[in-house]
Design a protein around this ligand. Structure first.
Ligand SMILES: *[C@@H]1O[C@H](CO)[C@@H](O)[C@H](O)[C@H]1NC(C)=O
Ligand SMILES: *[C@@H]1O[C@H](CO)[C@@H](O)[C@H](O)[C@H]1NC(C)=O
Ligand SMILES: *[C@@H]1O[C@H](CO)[C@@H](O)[C@H](O)[C@H]1NC(C)=O
Ligand SMILES: *[C@@H]1O[C@H](CO)[C@@H](O)[C@H](O)[C@H]1NC(C)=O
Ligand SMILES: *[C@@H]1O[C@H](CO)[C@@H](O)[C@H](O)[C@H]1NC(C)=O
Ligand SMILES: [Zn+2]
Length: 480
């Protein structure tokens, strides 16, 4: 007896399709969600409204400066090539010079940290032996700035870009590979946030902002970083790669300067077959930790303060491409990828050249970057990571009682011990909706019953800090 109005579904799809074709496309998930799910099912709680950025976060967003982002990209491009196989010792050309400049710059930021805020910069890595796309042994080095959490230093949130670049030939380490968009833009985002956030009072959990290498040859730097976090026992509750976040304009003339795609995987990479089956059997395939992280980013970052819409894509990555979030997913950490909405493939992984017949300029040149757009992307990232690090951690051990047939839903979780925890909220949405639609505050407890059937809705539990920041929701699935 399900009353999904069929006419509304058709209408919603039509809105989505029309929207794709003209002007700036609306986030398709949103367009669908409002029409599809209005008023069904009804249940307890109040409508869940997006979080307004608190004053500290607004201050961070205001400080993002497109001129700094431009200066960082200009400098990174000036190293000629940043191919991972290029010189590690030449002081002006190659990846070694880029690594040293990033480290020096980040250390200068750390040195200017606010009193009481612990900020440090580490260059760490390993010697990669010859492998596919790595013809000879090469050092892979990551430059990572850390702002230590004041209450839970081992709960960690990470943003990276990759500072290595490539041209048409992934092993060509001599010719120019400016890599302005791919991925000096992502590095500039991470560095700009480090510059600003070291000046704030320390967040409750640890923030890491870094530049990694070896992405183009096989995600080597990020793989090392993810394993390093796992080996150190860090509780990484969110990781984002910013990779190709520099341009708002595609070669077909489409301009979309106010949205950013966020790629988020469904069933986790690390799930066993039994865990995947358990997840699918309860309709939890759309509620992996990566998807909850993506919903969270949308809720804190699609707003007038960022002047951006986060377009969540239900997919690990684009076709034929990989990204630095994947190694984190493979270590069991929630992770997602930011990428501009309209990629221009003539500007990526291409030798710098003008096609003699068409006159088309190829190559990843800085002239194709939009610094104001990258600044908005940085504000989206700021909203995401600062909101995560100031909130209590995502609830753990969340399950739903399925021992009896009842008309209501009982959720249980492990109570957190942080002194800045104010309590918990149950959030829910119709199964077909993109985002959480209603919220029921339940207090500082570890169990709650909601008068709404678990058959008809999807539930989550989120933690609320005394400072008002909320965690991402955790989906109840004891055996996933
Ligand atoms: C970026 O910086 C360079 C070097 O200072 C300057 O020439 C250029 O105009 C700047 N571009 C933008 C978009 O600010
Ligand atoms: C990697 O760096 C170490 C330390 O600087 C150096 O001894 C080693 O030779 C480097 N390896 C390669 C392949 O360049
Ligand atoms: C790519 O570059 C490497 C290093 O310069 C060179 O050995 C190789 O022949 C190039 N491959 C192609 C297809 O041009
Ligand atoms: C569940 O709800 C239905 C419809 O409101 C009602 O008929 C039924 O008695 C309820 N069952 C229980 C166990 O409360
Ligand atoms: C849950 O359902 C049971 C059985 O229908 C009912 O007795 C109980 O009052 C309900 N609890 C809540 C909090 O709705
Ligand atoms: Zn890239």
């Amino acid at each position: 007896m399900l009353h999904l109005p069929r006419a509304s579904i058709v209408l919603a799809l039509a809105v989505g399709v029309v929207g794709q074709g003209i002007l700036s496309p609306p986030p398709e998930s949103r367009a669908l969600q409002c029409v599809l799910t209005d008023a069904w099912p009804s249940g307890p709680g109040t409508p869940l409204l997006p979080q307004i950025p608190p004053a500290d976060l607004q201050s961070i967003m205001r400080q993002v400066n497109p001129a700094n982002i431009n200066a960082t990209i200009v400098k990174l491009v000036s190293f000629g090539t940043r191919n991972t196989l290029s010189s590690q010792t030449d002081p002006v050309r190659g990846i070694g010079a880029a690594r040293d400049w990033i480290a020096t710059q980040m250390r200068a930021y750390a040195a200017a940290a606010r009193a009481g805020t612990t900020a440090s910069v580490e260059v760490s890595g390993y010697e990669q032996q010859p492998a596919n796309s790595i013809p000879f042994a090469v050092n892979i080095s990551n430059v990572v700035g850390t702002i230590q959490g004041s209450e839970e230093p081992t709960r960690v949130y990470i943003i990276t870009g990759h500072y290595d670049s490539r041209n048409s030939n992934v092993t060509n380490f001599e010719d120019d590979a400016p890599g302005a968009d791919d991925d000096a833009s992502g590095v500039a985002v991470a560095m700009e946030l480090f510059r600003i956030m070291v000046k704030m009072a320390p967040p409750k959990a640890t923030i890491m902002l870094g530049a990694v290498a070896g992405e183009e040859q096989g995600l080597f730097g990020s793989g090392f970083f993810a394993k390093q976090m796992k080996a150190a026992g860090m509780d990484v509750q969110g990781m984002f790669t910013n990779d190709i976040v520099g341009s708002s304009k595609a070669d077909n003339g489409v301009v979309d300067a106010h949205s950013i795609r966020l790629f988020a995987q469904g069933i986790p990479s690390t799930a066993t077959l039994a865990q995947s089956q358990a997840r699918v059997s309860v309709g939890g395939e759309n509620d992996s930790p990566a998807r909850e992280l993506a919903r969270f980013v949308d809720s804190v970052a699609s707003n007038a303060f960022t002047d951006m819409t986060v377009r969540v894509i239900y997919r690990l990555d684009r076709f034929l491409r990989g990204g630095d979030h994947r190694p984190f997913l493979e270590q069991g950490f929630p992770a997602a990828r930011f990428t501009e909405p309209n990629e221009n493939f003539a500007h990526q992984h291409q030798n710098v050249r003008v096609d003699p017949t068409t006159g088309v300029q190829f190559g990843d040149l800085i002239e194709f970057c939009d610094m104001n757009y990258i600044a908005r992307v940085a504000r989206v990232n700021a909203a995401a990571i600062w909101s995560l690090a100031q909130a209590p951690g995502t609830p753990k051990g969340v399950s739903i009682d399925t021992s009896q047939l009842t008309n209501n839903s009982t959720l249980k979780w492990t109570a957190g011990s942080s002194t800045s925890l104010a309590g918990y909220e149950i959030v829910w949405r119709p199964t077909t909706a993109f985002s959480w639609q209603a919220v029921v505050p339940v207090g500082l407890v570890s169990q709650a019953t909601i008068a709404l059937s678990k058959d008809d809705a999807i539930f989550g539990v989120r933690a609320v800090g005394k400072n008002g920041y909320r965690s991402p929701a955790a989906y109840p699935c004891a055996n996933c």
